[in-house]
Design a binder for this molecule. Structure first.
Ligand code: SAM
Length: 438
């Protein structure tokens, strides 16, 4: 049938969707290529969370116009969140694009590509959110690494955070039945997968609408029972759904990694309210205290947005104080980017860019100091890591992660990809640990 090239932007969910699209295209006879010039089908799987991500995808999709001119049979498509967000306006902006598919219609891509190649006509699938939900149930091949795989637990988001475009692009929440997830995990385990990451926009609200009801704690218990699986992760969680059953699952199930990513976004109650996050700073701190009291050795990670409309210097100082107090293992810090269609887009984007940059840097500096301190405390300990293969920076060394998601680099003299190794930690930076294989 030809070759397919997919360029992916944004979150893990997008990376998984790209794998699933590829798998279905392969089932239809396509083979993947890393070289755009060789491809018969080029897809951009896009992100809309910040303006910058959309701009990059638009500019790269614009660049392939010259390939389309040389080879009129080439099919160029924009899929994912920006496709849903901008819909047929993309056809006007990028006349060489023939395919536009939103996240909840990805299953239709092989059929639509086929139709375009036969008819030369454009195709768009963005209406409604209720069909062709794409999951790994019929994926043909295992993922990039044999040892690790992402599995979709749920799709969409029912929250209404005022800054966020995701509910518009990915639609309402829907959870996959636990049996389907467990079946997929069993198949992956039989193929050699040892680490599973369950994915969802707010993965810990998993279970809505399921009959019989099963929440994330229950799902973790069921996935834990699958032989061959040794580690279970899940991202991203929302503070409002850190329920007792989840805390108990993290505490009691040895396979569930002791690492929780719960984005707080801001340390000011005024800003949290304007963001419509649904919790206060006090409640967030209480959640962190409970987690640390119940789950021995747990590490917590967060996301922050700086420069949200109306964020004052004092609001920001409260965010710095929260970061200092909680001592996250790592944080992702973003400058607020107004997204048309969200509630916050109607507010004045009144924190100047320079000030957003400054606040961004202040948080990164605090986080770096805390991460370095937390990492240094691991020196002298022996930690079990799942090896991911040669380090990109220094291929002579192997790299892997601890249960609590820290990167560990070490020399092994051979490739240990996919296996577990015990490493004695001898050094630490803010970003990674180094050690010797024992
Ligand atoms: N659903 C998760 C939650 O609400 O906790 C996070 C998903 S979001 C795709 C990843 C991160 O991007 C968010 O946690 C937030 O920090 C950031 N983000 C989302 N919208 C943004 C915006 N308009 N400007 C800047 N950062 C944004």
């Amino acid at each position: 049938m030809g070759k397919i090239f997919i360029e992916t932007y944004g979150c893990q969910m997008n990376a998984l969707d790209s794998d699933l699209i590829l798998s279905r295209m392969q089932a239809g006879g396509y083979s993947p290529t890393e070289v755009r010039e060789e491809a018969d089908v080029i897809l951009f799987n896009t992100c809309s969370v910040r303006e910058h991500a959309e701009e990059r995808a638009l500019s790269n999709a614009g660049l392939v116009q010259r390939l389309k001119k040389k080879r009129p049979d080439l099919v160029v498509g924009i899929v994912g969140c920006m496709a849903q967000n901008r819909q047929d306006r993309l056809f006007q902006q990028l006349p060489h694009v023939q395919l536009i598919v939103g996240p909840r219609h990805m299953g239709a891509i092989p059929r639509l590509v086929d139709e375009i190649r036969k008819s030369g006509q454009r195709r768009i699938a963005v209406a409604d959110f209720d069909d062709e939900f794409i999951d790994g149930a019929d994926a043909m091949q295992s993922r990039a690494s044999r040892a690790q795989a992402y599995v979709k637990a749920m799709e969409g988001c029912d929250l209404s955070c005022t800054f966020c475009i995701v509910p518009t692009t990915r639609g309402a929440e829907v959870s996959r039945p636990p049996e389907r997830i467990v079946e997929e995990v069993r198949r992956l385990a039989a193929e050699g997968t040892v680490e599973i990451t369950l994915l969802g926009q707010t993965v810990n609200s998993y279970g809505k609408g399921l009959k019989p009801y099963c929440d994330l704690g229950g799902l973790l218990r069921r996935v834990s029972e699958v032989d061959g699986i040794r580690r279970i992760r899940f991202i991203t969680s929302h503070p409002s759904f850190v329920r007792p059953s989840l805390v108990e699952a993290m505490r009691d199930l040895p396979k569930v990694c002791k690492y929780l990513h719960i984005p707080v976004q801001s340390g000011s109650n005024r800003v949290l309210k304007a963001m419509r996050r649904g919790y206060t700073v006090e409640r967030y701190l209480e959640i962190c205290d409970t987690l640390r009291a119940e789950v021995e050795g747990i590490e917590i990670a967060s996301d922050f947005i700086v420069g949200f409309p109306g964020e004052t210097a004092e609001d920001f100082e409260q965010t710095v104080a929260l970061m200092e107090r909680v001592r996250f293992q790592n944080s992702f810090v973003f400058k607020y980017s107004p997204r048309p269609g969200t509630d916050a887009a109607s507010l004045a984007d009144d924190v100047p860019e320079e000030e957003k940059k400054r606040r961004n840097q202040v948080l990164l500096d605090v986080q770096e100091r805390v991460s370095l301190d937390l990492n240094r405390r691991r020196i002298g300990r022996r930690l079990e890591i799942l090896v991911e293969g040669p380090s990109k920076r220094d291929p002579k060394r192997q790299t892997g992660r601890t249960d609590t998601h820290q990167i560990v680099n070490f020399e092994a003299g051979r490739d240990l990809e996919g296996s577990f190794a015990t490493v004695e930690i001898t050094g630490a930076s803010a970003l990674a640990l180094t050690g010797t294989l024992t």
